[in-house]
Write a protein that binds this ligand. Sequence first.
Ligand code: ADP
Ligand code: MG
Length: 312
Amino acid sequence: MKTKYRLFFLVLIVISLFISCKVQPISGNGIALGTSCSITVYRGDKDIDEYFNEINREERLFSRNIDTSDISRVNKNAGIKKTEVSEETYKLVEYGLSLSRITDGAFNVAIGSLVDIWDDEKVPSDAEIQKALGLIDYNKVILTLEDMKYYIYLEDKGMQLDLGGIAKGYIAQKLGERIEEGIINLGGNIYVKGRDDDNPWKIGLQDPEKDRGDYFSIERICEGNVVTSGSYERYFIQDGIVYHHILDGSTGWPARGNVLSVSVIGPDGTTCDGLSTAFFVMGVEKTSEVLKRFSGYKCVFVLENHETVTLQ
Ligand code: ADP
Ligand code: MG
């Protein structure tokens, strides 16, 4: 009898030890970067508020909607003088510039003035489009480093930097450095970390023609980013025609290929975010050329004819 009890208690102890070892996640949700963000951490920095403070800090550097941000100050001084910015802004713009060059302007870090005229949710006039097209030359973004101070200058008055196509991916990746295991979702820009091949994260790819949460495929990854650009994300309708928010700097109009969405999966968040915007503009054929320069990245297109195309 006694041994039976002992055995019973031993089993109880083992079970409770097992339960206490199983890590409980902590989560938080909030609105930031103009979108809904959610963070779940299993192992790592446990104060969720700290993550949101960090997102807000970055937003205060990069946002065009905040007057005092580095980017707003650079834009205000376009054609007038160079502006001192934080090292972080400088480096993100520098990387945005290199993505602009590699994608031949499909991603264009200086596309702000074109974004502005489409932001009013009505089709701009031809004159407005032509004027904006004259103000998006990313070769006129001048970066200088003097005495350990970082400066950005836009050569023409009216030019505008816009980091909307890379900021979320950059911030998700940066927050990810604080966790050992968890998931960071900044409005669909997803960063995950901390799993192994036996139990990977499963990230659904949204079907662009169905309700949110309706997935056409599941990506299994242990660590990395899944970023999607889609014409269904943000748009307005005028005279029965849909105008979405990803612009083609070679025409001045929303990109008009046969792509409904493209997801980019890979190790760096900024790259995935920038490439997803670029690949949406470029379409499948051009993407297959550019993707060769990014090892470790793959992308999944959903086309208007409902076909999916995976490139890697
Ligand atoms: P989302 O912000 O919906 O995740 P994207 O990452 O594709 O989608 O970024 C779209 C945003 O990037 C736009 O709202 C705009 O601010 C900016 N943008 C639009 N077209 C381009 C482009 N061709 N190159 C760079 N940025 C762009
Ligand atoms: Mg993007």
